[in-house]
Design a binder for this molecule. Sequence first.
Ligand SMILES: [Ca+2]
Ligand SMILES: [Ca+2]
Length: 103
Amino acid sequence: MATVSLFTLTCHETSESAGDEVFINVDDQRVFGIVEMNNGQAREVGFSKPFSGQVRVNLYDTDNGSDPLGSIVVRENEAGQGRKVGTFREARAHYTLTYEVVG
Ligand SMILES: [Ca+2]
Ligand SMILES: [Ca+2]
């Protein structure tokens, strides 16, 4: 068992020129958003969850439905590696998310 904490989501490039309305799901559960983001902005996510094995973190832009902007897999064996950076690059978007796994 380990605990993942999500810290800061940074928008380097939005998927839409007028800005994105983003949210984050962890294993299909919404944990952040909907929040408007534009180039250069950063937001504190502030979410922690105990898990075994791995969790999937998905970033979406809100449209009529949800537009996938990318996905990262966080694994239990990343515990003890300090803060890490996950990258989301789909649909012309570029976002990064800092996170940490503690065992
Ligand atoms: Ca979109
Ligand atoms: Ca949108």
